[in-house]
Design a protein around this ligand. Structure first.
Ligand SMILES: *Cc1c(COP(=O)(O)O)cnc(C)c1O
Length: 358
């Protein structure tokens, strides 16, 4: 069976050797040496000043929204994984959707200002598929209107934009280390911010508000990464460059062999050093997409409709039409891309795509 992604598992002896250190110390959580080591290595690898690991990629979003969103209106994208919107609603903020750019599929910066009201507190945008949002324009708008900028950078591990880690843009970025993501710790995540003061606030918040063992800065939650998660991350990290390299080769093969007459790829923003985390194609119509999925499934190839449905159509929200996002989400499909996908498997996927009657 071919799937859209496959979790990379490092050799188990390597994982076991790192776990042994936790056993020796009999220390499983509360920011032990493995979490600290992983944070150090990630900071070096990603070239970011501050990075704190968390137990998943959703809680740091919630913490950022708690501290910066303050129950207000959050301008956000309808084209992302549901966690982006759910975190806003869960934090008792109001999502205000702004449609996406038809080429880049990130929030359309030209439409943001019209959505700002006196209740707006922040912009929460997703670097969807690791493609950078219009970070400069968003920063200018945020500055002009006194808004905070949070990036859901769950797909952006290893991406840089204009020579800098994409994680360093905005007030804070969050990433996910879920098993389906490029770099993973099984479950896990992190936040990155250049802002020392915000970093401190998020740090206290992620550990129940502890300031000292018996002193509390403010109310907090538990978002700490465990030593078991960190051990897996330390075992996976040495392979990340090769994971990206193999994905790049698959990406190049798809690019040169898929017939793009009636379908298209997304445009990557200029200045992006990408991570090849997904291979989305946009088909002519939803009918074509369903036919293609059917043909692929017949050959045991499982694709995923990332991201469907458009988040403005969620049943717990007041519906407001988002023309581009609804249209794209109906006809976008992510093709298999992962380390270990064989050449004949790629060929089969491409043959089925190119044989599609439209
Ligand atoms: C995976 C993902 C998340 C959630 O991360 P978890 O680690 O699963 O909590 C959030 N946003 C986006 C865009 C994602 O793809």
């Amino acid at each position: 069976m071919i799937t859209v992604t496959k979790t990379f598992l490092p050799p188990i002896e390597e994982y076991r050797a790192i776990l042994q250190r936790a056993w020796d110390k009999q220390w499983l959580t509360n920011r032990g040496e493995l979490v600290l080591e992983l944070e150090g290595k990630l900071k070096t690898y990603l070239e970011v000043p501050n990075l704190t690991c968390t137990n998943n990629g959703t809680v740091p979003l919630q913490i950022a929204l708690e501290l910066l969103g303050k129950g207000g209106e959050i301008i956000t994208t309808p084209f992302s994984y549901v966690a982006t919107t759910a975190a806003i609603v869960w934090q008792h903020c109001t999502p205000v959707f702004v449609d996406i750019h038809p080429e880049y599929l990130t929030i359309d910066e030209r439409l943001i200002e019209a959505a700002i009201t006196p209740k707006t507190t922040a912009i929460l945008a997703t670097h969807v598929f690791g493609n950078p949002c219009a970070v400069e324009a968003i920063e200018a708008i945020a500055y002009k209107h006194g808004l905070k900028v949070i990036y859901d950078a769950a797909h952006a591990f290893g991406v840089s934009y204009k020579g800098e880690s994409l994680f360093t843009y905005g007030d804070v970025s969050t990433c996910s280390f879920h098993a389906t993501k490029l770099f993973h710790t099984g479950e896990g995540g992190c936040w990155i911010t250049k802002n020392k003061e915000l970093n401190d606030l998020m740090f206290y918040s992620h550990n129940f508000g502890h300031f000292k063992p018996e002193q509390y800065f403010d109310v907090g939650i538990n978002a700490k990464m465990s030593e078991l998660q960190a051990a897996l991350g330390l075992a996976v990290l040495p392979y990340v460059d090769s994971l990206i390299e193999e994905r790049k080769q698959i990406y190049d093969t798809y690019n040169s062999t898929i017939n793009f007459n009636d379908k298209r790829r997304i445009s990557l923003r200029e200045g992006t050093y990408w991570n090849y985390s997904y291979y989305p194609i946009i088909l002519k119509s939803e009918e074509t997409l369903k036919q293609l999925m059917f043909n692929l499934t017949e050959k045991q190839i499982n694709t995923r409709r990332y991201f469907y449905p458009s988040l403005n159509t969620l049943n717990y929200l007041q519906y407001k039409e988002m023309i581009v996002s609804e249209d794209i989400s109906k006809r976008i499909l992510c093709l298999p891309i992962y380390k270990g996908l064989a050449a004949d498997e790629i060929e089969l996927v491409v043959r089925i795509i190119n044989n599609l009657k439209e």
